[in-house]
Design a protein around this ligand. Structure first.
Ligand SMILES: Nc1ncnc2c1ncn2[C@@H]1O[C@H](COP(=O)(O)OP(=O)(O)OP(=O)(O)O)[C@@H](O)[C@H]1O
Ligand SMILES: [Mg+2]
Length: 220
Protein backbone atom coordinates (compact mmCIF):
# COMPACT_ATOMS: atom_id res chain seq x y z
CA UNK A 1 0.00 0.00 0.00
CA UNK A 2 1.33 3.47 -0.90
CA UNK A 3 1.52 6.34 1.61
CA UNK A 4 -0.17 8.77 -0.78
CA UNK A 5 -3.48 7.71 -2.30
CA UNK A 6 -3.28 7.54 -6.13
CA UNK A 7 -5.41 9.77 -8.34
CA UNK A 8 -8.88 8.32 -8.83
CA UNK A 9 -10.28 8.73 -12.37
CA UNK A 10 -13.74 10.26 -12.65
CA UNK A 11 -16.50 7.67 -12.07
CA UNK A 12 -14.09 4.79 -11.30
CA UNK A 13 -16.46 2.04 -12.37
CA UNK A 14 -15.01 -1.01 -14.17
CA UNK A 15 -17.01 -3.98 -15.40
CA UNK A 16 -15.81 -7.35 -16.69
CA UNK A 17 -17.84 -9.16 -19.30
CA UNK A 18 -17.88 -12.11 -21.64
CA UNK A 19 -19.52 -15.50 -22.09
CA UNK A 20 -19.65 -18.18 -19.37
CA UNK A 21 -16.22 -19.57 -18.55
CA UNK A 22 -14.19 -16.93 -20.44
CA UNK A 23 -12.19 -15.99 -17.32
CA UNK A 24 -14.04 -12.98 -15.90
CA UNK A 25 -13.82 -13.97 -12.23
CA UNK A 26 -10.17 -14.96 -12.55
CA UNK A 27 -9.21 -11.63 -14.12
CA UNK A 28 -11.45 -9.55 -11.83
CA UNK A 29 -9.68 -11.01 -8.78
CA UNK A 30 -6.25 -10.18 -10.23
CA UNK A 31 -7.42 -6.68 -11.11
CA UNK A 32 -8.81 -6.02 -7.63
CA UNK A 33 -5.49 -7.16 -6.08
CA UNK A 34 -3.46 -4.93 -8.40
CA UNK A 35 -5.65 -1.89 -7.76
CA UNK A 36 -5.47 -2.41 -3.98
CA UNK A 37 -1.68 -2.78 -4.15
CA UNK A 38 -1.58 0.53 -6.05
CA UNK A 39 -3.39 2.16 -3.11
CA UNK A 40 -6.97 2.30 -4.39
CA UNK A 41 -10.01 1.61 -2.23
CA UNK A 42 -11.81 -1.10 -4.20
CA UNK A 43 -15.26 -2.66 -3.97
CA UNK A 44 -15.57 -6.01 -5.78
CA UNK A 45 -19.06 -7.13 -6.75
CA UNK A 46 -20.73 -9.70 -8.95
CA UNK A 47 -23.95 -9.80 -10.91
CA UNK A 48 -26.61 -10.94 -10.54
CA UNK A 49 -26.28 -10.67 -6.76
CA UNK A 50 -23.98 -8.73 -4.47
CA UNK A 51 -26.61 -7.78 -1.87
CA UNK A 52 -29.20 -9.90 -0.04
CA UNK A 53 -32.20 -9.11 -2.26
CA UNK A 54 -30.24 -9.51 -5.46
CA UNK A 55 -28.73 -12.84 -4.33
CA UNK A 56 -32.31 -14.11 -3.83
CA UNK A 57 -33.12 -13.03 -7.38
CA UNK A 58 -29.89 -14.68 -8.62
CA UNK A 59 -31.08 -18.00 -7.19
CA UNK A 60 -34.35 -17.68 -9.14
CA UNK A 61 -32.52 -16.78 -12.37
CA UNK A 62 -30.03 -19.63 -12.26
CA UNK A 63 -32.32 -22.40 -10.95
CA UNK A 64 -32.59 -24.97 -13.80
CA UNK A 65 -36.05 -25.95 -12.50
CA UNK A 66 -37.64 -22.78 -13.97
CA UNK A 67 -37.70 -23.92 -17.60
CA UNK A 68 -40.96 -21.97 -18.03
CA UNK A 69 -39.34 -18.56 -17.34
CA UNK A 70 -40.29 -16.11 -20.10
CA UNK A 71 -37.69 -13.88 -21.75
CA UNK A 72 -39.39 -10.77 -20.35
CA UNK A 73 -39.52 -12.21 -16.83
CA UNK A 74 -35.81 -13.03 -17.13
CA UNK A 75 -35.00 -9.49 -18.30
CA UNK A 76 -36.92 -7.86 -15.47
CA UNK A 77 -35.41 -10.12 -12.81
CA UNK A 78 -31.91 -9.20 -13.99
CA UNK A 79 -32.82 -5.51 -13.93
CA UNK A 80 -34.44 -5.78 -10.48
CA UNK A 81 -31.30 -7.42 -9.08
CA UNK A 82 -29.17 -4.73 -10.76
CA UNK A 83 -31.28 -1.80 -9.54
CA UNK A 84 -30.93 -2.97 -5.94
CA UNK A 85 -27.18 -3.50 -6.26
CA UNK A 86 -26.75 -0.01 -7.74
CA UNK A 87 -28.91 1.50 -4.99
CA UNK A 88 -27.26 -0.26 -2.04
CA UNK A 89 -23.64 -0.57 -3.10
CA UNK A 90 -22.49 0.88 -6.42
CA UNK A 91 -23.88 4.42 -6.25
CA UNK A 92 -22.70 5.03 -2.64
CA UNK A 93 -19.25 3.58 -3.37
CA UNK A 94 -18.73 5.70 -6.49
CA UNK A 95 -19.92 8.79 -4.61
CA UNK A 96 -17.20 8.08 -2.03
CA UNK A 97 -14.51 7.75 -4.72
CA UNK A 98 -14.16 3.99 -4.27
CA UNK A 99 -13.20 1.99 -7.36
CA UNK A 100 -15.98 -0.47 -8.17
CA UNK A 101 -15.13 -3.67 -10.07
CA UNK A 102 -18.25 -5.56 -11.09
CA UNK A 103 -18.17 -9.11 -12.52
CA UNK A 104 -20.87 -8.69 -15.22
CA UNK A 105 -23.19 -5.65 -15.54
CA UNK A 106 -25.68 -4.24 -18.04
CA UNK A 107 -23.74 -5.27 -21.15
CA UNK A 108 -24.45 -8.88 -20.15
CA UNK A 109 -28.16 -8.11 -20.33
CA UNK A 110 -27.78 -6.54 -23.77
CA UNK A 111 -25.81 -9.54 -25.04
CA UNK A 112 -27.73 -12.38 -23.36
CA UNK A 113 -31.29 -11.12 -23.46
CA UNK A 114 -31.14 -9.13 -26.75
CA UNK A 115 -28.39 -10.71 -28.92
CA UNK A 116 -28.78 -14.18 -27.37
CA UNK A 117 -32.44 -14.34 -26.43
CA UNK A 118 -33.87 -12.15 -29.18
CA UNK A 119 -35.56 -9.42 -27.11
CA UNK A 120 -35.73 -6.01 -28.79
CA UNK A 121 -32.44 -4.25 -28.19
CA UNK A 122 -34.02 -0.83 -27.65
CA UNK A 123 -36.32 -2.28 -24.98
CA UNK A 124 -33.37 -3.93 -23.24
CA UNK A 125 -31.47 -0.64 -23.45
CA UNK A 126 -34.29 1.24 -21.74
CA UNK A 127 -34.56 -1.41 -19.04
CA UNK A 128 -30.80 -1.12 -18.47
CA UNK A 129 -31.08 2.66 -18.17
CA UNK A 130 -33.89 2.37 -15.66
CA UNK A 131 -31.85 0.00 -13.49
CA UNK A 132 -28.53 1.88 -13.50
CA UNK A 133 -29.36 5.59 -13.81
CA UNK A 134 -26.09 7.53 -13.86
CA UNK A 135 -24.01 4.54 -12.68
CA UNK A 136 -22.56 3.57 -16.05
CA UNK A 137 -19.12 1.91 -16.29
CA UNK A 138 -16.30 4.03 -17.68
CA UNK A 139 -14.30 0.91 -18.61
CA UNK A 140 -15.64 -2.48 -19.66
CA UNK A 141 -13.29 -5.38 -20.35
CA UNK A 142 -14.73 -8.12 -22.56
CA UNK A 143 -12.89 -11.44 -22.45
CA UNK A 144 -13.27 -12.85 -25.92
CA UNK A 145 -13.00 -16.60 -26.47
CA UNK A 146 -14.55 -19.30 -28.64
CA UNK A 147 -17.64 -20.63 -26.83
CA UNK A 148 -16.42 -24.23 -27.23
CA UNK A 149 -13.17 -23.40 -25.40
CA UNK A 150 -15.05 -21.43 -22.74
CA UNK A 151 -17.44 -24.34 -22.15
CA UNK A 152 -14.46 -26.67 -21.68
CA UNK A 153 -13.02 -24.30 -19.07
CA UNK A 154 -16.32 -24.01 -17.22
CA UNK A 155 -16.87 -27.79 -17.36
CA UNK A 156 -13.45 -28.44 -15.85
CA UNK A 157 -14.41 -26.12 -12.99
CA UNK A 158 -17.92 -27.13 -11.98
CA UNK A 159 -20.67 -29.71 -12.26
CA UNK A 160 -24.07 -29.47 -13.92
CA UNK A 161 -24.92 -26.32 -15.92
CA UNK A 162 -27.14 -23.60 -14.42
CA UNK A 163 -30.28 -22.36 -16.25
CA UNK A 164 -28.33 -19.80 -18.33
CA UNK A 165 -25.43 -22.17 -19.19
CA UNK A 166 -27.97 -24.79 -20.31
CA UNK A 167 -29.14 -22.59 -23.23
CA UNK A 168 -26.63 -24.22 -25.57
CA UNK A 169 -23.78 -23.40 -27.92
CA UNK A 170 -25.71 -21.45 -30.58
CA UNK A 171 -26.99 -19.12 -27.85
CA UNK A 172 -23.45 -18.62 -26.49
CA UNK A 173 -22.24 -17.86 -30.06
CA UNK A 174 -24.87 -15.11 -30.41
CA UNK A 175 -23.90 -13.71 -27.00
CA UNK A 176 -20.19 -13.71 -27.91
CA UNK A 177 -21.00 -11.94 -31.21
CA UNK A 178 -23.00 -9.40 -29.19
CA UNK A 179 -20.02 -8.57 -26.99
CA UNK A 180 -17.86 -8.09 -30.09
CA UNK A 181 -20.50 -5.79 -31.56
CA UNK A 182 -20.55 -3.67 -28.38
CA UNK A 183 -16.76 -3.34 -28.47
CA UNK A 184 -17.00 -2.10 -32.06
CA UNK A 185 -19.82 0.33 -31.19
CA UNK A 186 -18.21 1.83 -28.07
CA UNK A 187 -14.44 1.43 -28.52
CA UNK A 188 -13.56 4.04 -25.87
CA UNK A 189 -15.41 2.20 -23.11
CA UNK A 190 -15.58 -1.45 -24.21
CA UNK A 191 -12.22 -3.17 -24.72
CA UNK A 192 -12.06 -6.60 -26.33
CA UNK A 193 -9.31 -8.79 -24.89
CA UNK A 194 -8.24 -12.12 -26.42
CA UNK A 195 -8.95 -14.49 -23.53
CA UNK A 196 -7.75 -17.68 -25.27
CA UNK A 197 -4.27 -17.18 -23.84
CA UNK A 198 -2.63 -17.96 -20.48
CA UNK A 199 -3.95 -16.03 -17.47
CA UNK A 200 -0.80 -13.86 -17.22
CA UNK A 201 -0.93 -12.78 -20.87
CA UNK A 202 -4.59 -11.84 -20.58
CA UNK A 203 -3.89 -9.93 -17.37
CA UNK A 204 -1.08 -7.94 -19.03
CA UNK A 205 -3.70 -6.58 -21.47
CA UNK A 206 -6.06 -5.88 -18.55
CA UNK A 207 -3.35 -3.73 -16.92
CA UNK A 208 -2.75 -1.85 -20.18
CA UNK A 209 -6.48 -1.04 -20.36
CA UNK A 210 -6.55 0.10 -16.73
CA UNK A 211 -3.61 2.43 -17.28
CA UNK A 212 -5.25 3.73 -20.44
CA UNK A 213 -8.34 4.59 -18.37
CA UNK A 214 -6.27 6.63 -15.93
CA UNK A 215 -5.54 4.13 -13.16
CA UNK A 216 -2.03 4.50 -11.75
CA UNK A 217 -0.81 0.90 -11.79
CA UNK A 218 2.90 0.15 -11.52
CA UNK A 219 4.58 -0.92 -14.75
CA UNK A 220 4.97 -4.72 -14.98
N1 LIG B 1 -6.57 -17.73 -19.34
C1 LIG B 1 -6.98 -18.92 -18.86
N2 LIG B 1 -6.46 -20.06 -19.34
C2 LIG B 1 -6.87 -21.27 -18.90
N3 LIG B 1 -7.82 -21.44 -17.93
C3 LIG B 1 -8.36 -20.33 -17.42
C4 LIG B 1 -8.00 -19.02 -17.85
N4 LIG B 1 -8.73 -18.11 -17.16
C5 LIG B 1 -9.52 -18.81 -16.35
N5 LIG B 1 -9.31 -20.15 -16.48
C6 LIG B 1 -10.01 -21.24 -15.79
O1 LIG B 1 -11.23 -21.43 -16.49
C7 LIG B 1 -12.31 -21.62 -15.59
C8 LIG B 1 -13.33 -20.48 -15.79
O2 LIG B 1 -12.73 -19.25 -15.38
P1 LIG B 1 -13.58 -18.17 -14.58
O3 LIG B 1 -14.35 -18.81 -13.49
O4 LIG B 1 -12.65 -17.06 -14.23
O5 LIG B 1 -14.57 -17.72 -15.76
P2 LIG B 1 -15.90 -16.85 -15.67
O6 LIG B 1 -15.91 -16.05 -16.92
O7 LIG B 1 -15.93 -16.11 -14.39
O8 LIG B 1 -17.00 -17.97 -15.71
P3 LIG B 1 -18.58 -17.80 -15.32
O9 LIG B 1 -19.19 -16.99 -16.42
O10 LIG B 1 -19.09 -19.20 -15.33
O11 LIG B 1 -18.63 -17.14 -13.97
C9 LIG B 1 -11.69 -21.64 -14.19
O12 LIG B 1 -11.45 -22.98 -13.83
C10 LIG B 1 -10.39 -20.88 -14.37
O13 LIG B 1 -9.41 -21.29 -13.45
MG1 LIG C 1 -17.38 -16.06 -12.88
Amino acid sequence: MLDVAPTVPELPFITVEGIDGCGKTTQAALMVDALKRAGYAVLALREPGGVALSEKIRALLLDPAYTEMSDTCELLLYEAARAQLVHERIAPALAAGTVVVCDRFFDSTTCYQAFGGGLDRAVVGRANELAVGACRPRLTLVFDIDPVDAAARAASRDGSPDRMEAKGLAYQERVAAGFRALAAEEPDRVKLIDAARPVEAVFADVCTCLRGAGFALAEA
